[in-house]
Design a protein around this ligand. Structure first.
Ligand code: C5J
Length: 229
């Protein structure tokens, strides 16, 4: 497949060697009462991308592509949460504190679940990541290598934090990466604009960008594969 209109130049990829990586579409960031709101952010901005993410996920599943979901999540004893992360700033609640959706950013808590509309299905990879990047302390690189993945399509939140960090980590590990720009969002629109621009600047120094409208026709042309559920 080729996305001829991708920036800064056409992006070619094969379904079997590409994974769709969905970063941190968890209630903590998207619904009121979670980590995003405790930091003082307006979470409604992030809710706007959910329909576009659902359309891509549905088309990707239909084509039989590998899906990776991540959650920013810490162990209940916070042994994987450095004090430098927990104590920074002045949030209403800190990581591990109890909020409206359970303990903030702790694995297994209600707020830590991926939103129902994008919930992982059987056969998909779902990883808890203690850092901003999906490759730090997760074993994701080894899992992707094991199944021959060389290209990654990124969606999720937030653009300039966990999405950008993960895409940079992937780029350094040798993956060709593309960010679906209408399937990612920030609490700060200017940060999203800047992050999208800097990814594909300097001849795709981190990777490519494209829209879901450019990807979906390419996926629709593929034969549908049997679904797991
Ligand atoms: C943040 C994330 N923003 N998933 N996490 O702290 O981008």
């Amino acid at each position: 497949m080729q996305l001829a209109e991708a920036q800064p130049f056409p992006f070619s990829f094969g379904l079997k060697s590409t994974a769709l990586v969905i970063i941190d579409m968890q209630r903590d960031f998207i619904e009121p009462g979670g980590f995003g709101e405790t930091l003082g952010n307006d979470v409604s901005l992030l809710q706007a991308i959910v329909p576009a993410c659902q359309a891509v996920l549905e088309a990707w599943r239909r084509a039989g592509g590998l899906v990776v979901h991540t959650r920013e999540a810490h162990k209940a004893d916070l042994s994987d949460c450095p004090p430098a992360k927990r104590n920074r700033g002045n949030p209403a609640l800190r990581i591990g504190d109890r909020g409206a959706m359970g303990r903030i950013l702790v694995a297994g808590e209600p707020g830590n679940q991926i939103i129902p509309g994008l919930a992982p299905q059987r056969g998909e990879i779902a990883i808890d990541k203690p850092g901003k990047g999906a490759f730090y302390a997760t074993g994701l690189h080894e899992q992707l290598q094991h199944v021959g993945i060389t290209h990654l399509l990124f969606m999720g939140v937030t653009t300039e934090v966990c999405v950008q960090t993960s895409m940079r980590e992937a780029n350094d590990r040798g993956y060709d990466c593309l960010l679906l720009e209408d399937c990612t969002e920030s609490y700060f629109p200017a940060f999203k604009t800047a992050a999208v621009a800097m990814m594909c600047a300097q001849g795709a120094i981190v990777g490519w960008t494209a829209t879901s409208a450019q990807l979906l026709p390419a996926l629709a042309a593929l034969p549908a594969q049997p679904q797991h559920c």
